[in-house]
Design a protein around this ligand. Sequence first.
Ligand SMILES: Cc1ncc(COP(=O)(O)O)c(C=O)c1O
Length: 354
Amino acid sequence: MKIKVTRTPETGTRPKDEDLGFGTVFTDHMFVMDYDMEKGWHDPRIEPFSEFSLSPAAMVFHYGQAIFEGLKAYKTPEGKIQLFRARDNYKRMNRSARGLCIPELDIDFAMEAMKELIRLEEKWIPETLGTSLYVRPFIIATDPFLGVRSSFTFKFFIILSPVGAYYAEGFNPVKIWVSKSHVRAVRGGVGEFKTAGNYAASLFAGEMAKKEGYAQVMWLDALEQKYIEEVGAMNIFFMIDDTLVTPNLTGSILPGITRYSVIDLARKWGIKVKESKIGIDEVFSAHEQGRLKEVFGSGTAAVISPVGEIRYGDRMIHIGDGTPGETAMKFYDALTAIQYGRAEDTESWIEVIN
Ligand SMILES: Cc1ncc(COP(=O)(O)O)c(C=O)c1O
């Protein structure tokens, strides 16, 4: 399929790197493609970023048949543009598509579309270490129909947003709050898919955590409310004695690309990794026994986020001395060095696109 390109005559200006936040500024163009039962995915095009119209009855507004991805394009010191494990994001998107009865994408074609859009928007990629161009592919159900079934028509978009350094104020540990009253996802449900409803379902507990002065919610499993699943938009790791423990993927946890990368690097570095059920009580007792050395989250936005405090009802623990742990730091440095082209890509995770 040939991608039709319509350029906008009015191009915007990228804010200064130090003024960039997250997800508020968008580039000049977007990629769009339509799906119907007869033609499949068709009419791929790059067009000016703008509002678009849909029927108020479009199914996405009512029944939430929507999936998305999030990844970043980085500028290297030599001016190369590179993507980190982008194909894995599309593989995950196709798994989400299957889970939500959405037609899958041809990954090679979707990669081409992403690259062509990013190349066209090169001037929007910030250059300072820590900044990047956030890439948001998403698919929505567009049938104008009020009734619960899978849509027959869909739209696929890719939009781009220059984003600032996550750690502009320093690589500081965050405080997290374990929800006792709410759960994010249940086994057999859609927790392992990147679908809009999972995020809507997380909002109420997120607000509760914020009111208590915590940055993120740590979710427990929905069946027994004992086992740790994930944190906000991150997967979670615990260094207990000399073993890195992370919850195994049970179906209700989003399989993070950063999570896989941490596990791969840890194994390569000779760190013992255990993917298994881990109870919140186990974490508190490991802390009491002085065996809980570090806790950190992993995700595209922050890469690695050290955790300094966990609150669970009336119980609270402080991890470390208020500064990031050594292991968290090591993963952060190694992953960002690969992403920004400052270290050799020994794992073949990078695709250079210019
Ligand atoms: C719920 C959830 N868990 C975990 C992650 C981390 O995934 P990744 O490392 O692919 O960004 C994300 C972010 O995409 C997320 O939204």
